[in-house]
Write a protein that binds this ligand. Structure first.
Ligand SMILES: *Cc1c(COP(=O)(O)O)cnc(C)c1O
Length: 377
């Protein structure tokens, strides 16, 4: 496809190259000081005490569940309106995802429906801050305390989000982030876990690296000492090269957020006058991370509108079709149309428009004109 206005463009450049060069000039390519520097900076930005950097958000979710003792025989309550990874991580841990329908105006998990989904096998709630709009973690925290459940946040869209003074991770066991190619900060593939729980952070560090009590970087500092495998673990450690790409982006995170906020404001302003298009609501008080800019159109024309926009050179995608109706989930678990009607309707109507810090406001105007034309016919 030849997009005049692509769906996403990263903004990595000279600073990232310089940061990479410094790692290449040193001896440690794998997990070492660059990773721990990133972890300290990211924990600080997120207002959490600890950060454990890993190779993906999927891995971050899987490790969080496992480190909290969640596995076979357990259920985890989550949303069907998300990327599949929120649920495949639960399956990787050996537990069962239990879906709860979403709020009509945000697409986030409907907290009022959670109590009815709790059974004696439920161990955790896994909310997703869809598009960057935070779930009401204060209310969710109340529910999790009342029923004695863990909370693991899928904050892949929500590095910069704040709600009632609360950031991801601050009222839960862990929050998990993605640095996948199109996320707000990126190293191609990467992820992180933040937590305020010291012993949990230590378990996560062991579990991300084979359950080994020493790393290659330790050998470089201390010389060779026998290491031990003290637990069964996985191979999810982020390396210095990827961490090097992330560090400079943390310095730009607020200015890039402000640019996306201006884009979102402009989209909202211009779309107000477009018949047949709804923007997705934002309850206040809240700082939206503005990861994606989704609109909703009538479900009967959505796929045609997507095609027309692409034909006009505007990069759009669908985030997401309700995951319980994807072949694997419906075949494995017997889900069918009508099980989570609000998520299904949402997933049939939503379209994500181009959104990234360096998208010119003139392009925002062109996108909205293209949407107006596509919806009208
Ligand atoms: C991107 C994404 C993930 C997965 O992130 P990876 O780093 O690719 O594993 C999980 N959940 C949501 C909501 C995402 O958008």
């Amino acid at each position: 496809m030849n997009y005049q206005i692509p769906f996403f463009q990263h903004d990595l450049g000279e600073e990232e190259l310089e940061s990479l060069r410094r790692v290449l000039q040193g001896p440690i390519l794998t997990t070492g000081k660059t990773v721990s520097d990133f972890e300290a900076l990211f924990a600080d930005y997120m207002g959490n005490r600890y950060c454990v950097a890993v190779t993906s958000c999927t891995g971050a979710l899987h490790l969080s569940l496992t480190a909290l003792g969640i596995g076979p025989g357990h259920e985890v309550i989550t949303t069907p309106m998300t990327f599949i990874a929120s649920s495949t991580a639960i399956l990787q841990a050996g537990a069962k995802p239990v879906f709860v329908d979403v709020e009509e105006n945000t697409g986030n998990i409907d907290l009022s429906r959670i109590p009815a989904a709790i059974t004696d096998r439920t161990r955790a709630i896994l909310p997703v801050h869809l598009y960057g709009q935070m779930v009401d973690m204060t209310t969710l925290h109340g529910i999790s305390k009342k029923y004695n459940l863990h909370v693991i946040e899928d904050a892949a869209h929500c590095i910069e989000g704040v709600r009632e003074g609360v950031k991801p991770g601050q009222l839960s066991d862990t929050a998990c982030f993605s640095f996948y190619a199109s996320k707000n900060i990126t190293c191609g593939e990467g992820g992180a876990i933040v937590t305020n729980d010291k012993s949990l952070a230590e378990r996560l560090k062991l579990l991300r690296h084979h359950g080994m009590n020493k790393t290659a970087a330790d050998r470089h500092v201390e010389g060779y000492r026998h290491w031990d495998m003290i637990q069964f673990g996985w191979k999810y450690n982020l390396d210095n090269l990827h961490a090097a790409l992330l560090i400079p982006q943390l310095k730009r995170i607020e200015s890039n957020w402000r640019k996306r906020q201006a884009i979102a404001d402009r989209y909202r302003e211009l779309l107000e006058g477009v018949a047949g298009v709804r923007v997705i609501g934002i309850p206040s008080p809240l700082t939206h991370a503005n990861h994606l800019f989704p609109i909703r159109v009538d479900g009967s024309i959505r796929d045609k509108v997507v095609q027309k926009l692409i034909n006009q050179g505007v990069g759009v995608v669908v985030n997401y079709r309700a995951i319980h109706l994807l072949s694997y989930f419906s075949e494995q678990f017997g889900f069918k149309a009508g099980d989570f009607p609000i998520a299904e309707k949402f997933g049939n109507e939503v379209i994500s428009l181009p959104m990234y810090p360096n998208l010119p406001l003139s392009s925002v105007e062109r996108v909205v004109e293209a949407v107006r034309t596509a919806v009208a016919v």
